[in-house]
Design a protein around this ligand. Structure first.
Ligand SMILES: [Zn+2]
Length: 442
């Protein structure tokens, strides 16, 4: 389970990105129109307000949808206007933390100039983007906001460096605080929030594991920094990445059922299937987080269970990294899974992933199976996970290839197709890559 649940309502926000431009003044993110001002508005004004707002898709914890568009959010309440101009409210304590995040960011998208800058930057960073139009828009922004001249110049000079929205850190933090309160109230009152440099971990594990969890997350982060040749000072994602760790499978299922956004018309969650999942990385409406299931499973010793947990933690957190690093462009599934498996296979001693790639490679070579279909559509079987990990291992198997790999990755994250990125970074077609991999595997 990875990005399948994903992006059902992609609001198309920026989330987490390299580069740092967080010093400028931040506008009040609660909304332009206060509830008092709303009360004084005419019907026509309310209609115009409704038309100017983004759909917010707020879901209550009882899974009912709240209709209307958010125009103001304070510490306890979200204020909405419906199509007919009526006001309604919903208490933040009664809604999914994901919905709160979406309401906050929907207001922010329209209000904060950094959002427009980031969208234009992305357009300039994609070879097929309409660069003239983007530059024209940047000129317009510059006229009204001369204080942003340096930022705009930096974007035009090098559009590969993304902008971290100044508000994003605290909005993610608010998501984590709300998730903590929700678990505490409804699921397990022993839950704790612990923080490391780059992660906010919400855990129902026994307290003795706190240090280990933090250490594992940061170790993984360091390895990713090394893998992608980043500087220690680079901002890989805005704020901290929320990671929720549940000790027990019912806790995991209860949390997901209560909070998982389910847009109208989507099928209900299959809880049986869900409770068997190891965990997932979810991106929804611009928020990315990792949610991990129980540690214990039938027939496993405590040591095996713990090892399995760390394997899932690594795999899913790598997905979060792949989603967040540099831009929100998604990697091809085969590469996303291949990197996740590679990191789990190399970092977690005795992991399933560490054995899987060799077995899969041998099978494929011995039976002469064509595995190119993964480039079109990731197969999703164990052999595909193994083979795609083997692809990644081949791409990083020498110092010069490792450099090509980092370039390949960056090109993909800037929106270049996998065929072109492979050609530019390695000088190969996908078929040629496949032939070389086979020759090396024999
Ligand atoms: Zn995966």
């Amino acid at each position: 389970m990875t990005r399948r649940i994903v992006a059902m309502l992609a609001v198309g926000l920026l989330v987490a990105l390299t580069a740092t431009m967080s010093s400028a003044a931040v506008e009040d993110p609660s909304g332009d129109v206060t509830p008092a001002e709303f009360g004084a508005m005419s019907a026509a004004q309310r209609g115009a307000l409704y038309g100017s707002l983004r759909p917010t898709y707020i879901e209550r914890l009882d899974n009912a949808m709240v209709m209307g568009r958010a125009f103001y959010v304070d510490d306890e309440t979200i204020y909405l206007v419906n199509r007919g101009g009526q006001q309604s409210t919903v208490a933040i304590a009664d809604i999914s933390p994901f919905s709160l995040f979406i309401a906050r960011t929907a207001l922010m998208v329209d209000r904060n100039v950094y959002t427009s800058l980031e969208m234009l930057r992305r357009k300039l960073n994609i070879p097929e983007g309409d660069h003239d139009q983007a530059k024209g828009e940047l000129d317009k922004i510059l006229k009204s906001r001369p204080d942003l001249a340096d930022v705009i110049e930096a974007i035009v000079d090098d559009p590969s460096d993304a902008i971290v929205h100044p508000d994003m850190g605290w909005i993610i933090r608010e998501f984590a605080d709300r998730s903590l309160a929700l678990v505490e109230d409804r699921i397990n009152d022993e839950v704790r929030l612990i923080e490391s440099d780059h992660f906010i971990i919400i855990t129902t594990w026994p307290k003795a594991n706190d240090k280990g969890l933090k250490r594992s997350c940061e170790k993984l982060y360091d390895e990713l920094i090394d893998q992608f040749k980043l500087d220690r000072g680079d901002v890989v994602w805005a704020g901290k990445l929320p990671v929720l760790c549940f000790w027990d499978e019912t806790e995991f299922a209860d949390f997901v059922v209560a909070t998982m956004p389910m847009p109208p018309g989507k099928k209900a969650i299959d809880t049986d299937k869900l409770s068997k999942a190891g965990g997932f990385c979810m991106s929804y409406g611009g928020l990315t987080c990792v949610v991990l299931n129980r540690v214990q499973y039938d027939g496993a010793s405590a040591a095996q269970a713990r090892q399995w947990f760390y394997e899932v933690l690594t795999h899913e957190t790598v997905h979060a990294f792949n989603k967040l690093y540099t831009s929100s462009v998604s990697l091809p599934d085969w590469l996303n899974e291949g990197i996740a498996e590679y990191m789990a296979g190399t970092l977690v001693t005795g992991s399933y992933a560490s054995a899987r790639w060799l077995r899969a490679t041998r099978t494929v070579i011995a039976r002469d199976i064509n595995v190119n279909y993964n480039f079109e559509k990731f197969g999703g079987k164990l052999v595909d996970y193994g083979v795609c990990q083997s692809f990644v291992r081949y791409m990083v198997s020498s110092r010069s290839r490792r450099e090509n790999f980092v370039e390949f990755y960056s090109l993909l994250k800037s929106g270049v197709s996998q065929e072109d990125a492979m050609q530019q970074a390695f000088g190969w077609t996908l078929d040629e890559f496949q032939r070389r991999w086979r020759a090396a595997a024999k």
